[in-house]
Design a protein. Structure first.
Length: 240
């Protein structure tokens, strides 16, 4: 017997994995990046096979990992976590830099970044597990922004975020996804709409079932799209 709620007790961070090969840049949000040895410094990350980033990492043999800070805008997470590099140049929406090998990495709202050379990879069925050696590591934005790394719990409970279906920790049978996270998201719902205006009294709150963004309006227009993940009106549910 497997109780899927047991997985909610595992702790994760939130990272952007980025790479480039043959002029093609790609990146995605993961929660599976981890250090596995110290001498030499080696790390691992599991990425869904369907992600464009996976194919580009396989081709490049390299990737960067940016450790997201607590103050990262949900729009940035939406770009890298809910859109595809096959259709969008995700790096056009953020400040980025490149490492010595020419691999791009997100250079804002991050507390650290790592440049990794892939040593081996393992097919896990739905995901590819990459194991690599760290060739560069840098502390980012010290003294300029938030220095606290964002945990996956913070993403759910404070920012009201949701788990993308391709994520390693996604549990499809839970319609509310992480139950505790969804409850906390309701309790911490923003008091402003996507334009930054205060929520007028009596307006309805609509939550995107894909990324968790909350929009305030009496009714959502038929052509409305989520400012975070780009999904349409049909993906919103009334919560208040």
């Amino acid at each position: 017997m497997i109780n899927t709620k047991a997985f909610h007790s595992l702790s994760y961070g939130l990272y952007i994995i980025s790479t480039q090969a043959e002029g093609k840049r790609a990146g995605c949000v993961v929660n599976t990046f981890a250090q596995v040895t110290s001498k030499p410094a080696q790390v691992s990350v599991a990425i869904n096979k369907e992600n464009v980033t996976t194919a580009v990492v396989l081709e490049a043999g390299r990737f960067c990992a940016s450790v997201l800070a607590q103050d990262v805008p949900m729009e940035l997470i939406g770009t890298f976590g809910f859109k595809t590099s096959a259709e969008v140049d995700k790096f056009a929406a953020c400040k980025f830099a490149t490492d010595e090998a020419g691999i791009p990495y997100v250079a804002e709202h991050t507390v650290a970044r790592f440049s990794v050379r892939v040593k081996e990879h393992l097919d896990l069925g739905t995901h590819i597990l990459f194991i690599g050696e760290v060739e560069e590591a840098e502390v980012m934005e010290s003294g300029k922004g938030c220095t606290d790394p964002m945990t996956y719990a913070y993403y759910h409970q404070v920012k009201g975020g949701k788990t993308p279906p391709k994520a390693s920790s996604y549990i499809a049978e839970e319609s509310g996804q992480e139950a505790a996270g969804a409850t906390a998201a309701d309790a911490n719902a923003p008091t402003v709409n996507s334009e930054g205006n205060p929520n007028p009294a009596g307006q309805t709150a609509w939550r995107c079932t894909i990324c968790g963004h909350i929009e305030y309006a009496d009714e959502l227009p038929d052509d409305f799209t989520c400012p975070i993940c780009g999904k349409g009106k049909e993906f919103f549910e009334k919560i208040a």
